[in-house]
Design a protein around this ligand. Sequence first.
Ligand SMILES: [Zn+2]
Length: 115
Amino acid sequence: MVVMIGTIGLLVSCAQKSKIARERNAARKAAAGKGSQLKAIKKAQSIQCKVCFQTFMCTSSQASLQAHIDAKHSKLNKTFAGCFPDYEAAAASSTASKKASKNKAKGNAKGGKKR
Ligand SMILES: [Zn+2]
């Protein structure tokens, strides 16, 4: 099997080749890991303020999100749900049965809203 590693590839021994290949593989894996980490971060930032479109970690506490509303949108007199319907949906999915009687828990409870 011929491994092309630029022009250096022609000069190095088989052992070195496999070593370089391993290193390249490791580098590629690291890059892939970075990518998936970014993806995970992106996924984690699932709560978005519908007023300014700032995203927040889904682990953000309601208090910290409320602080955002107070700091940025207090003039708009927005309710918590008005700014963060995603948070409500995420919370609703865990307490869906509790909130089901509240009226429109049908679509929101799924949380499968795609942007
Ligand atoms: Zn905002």
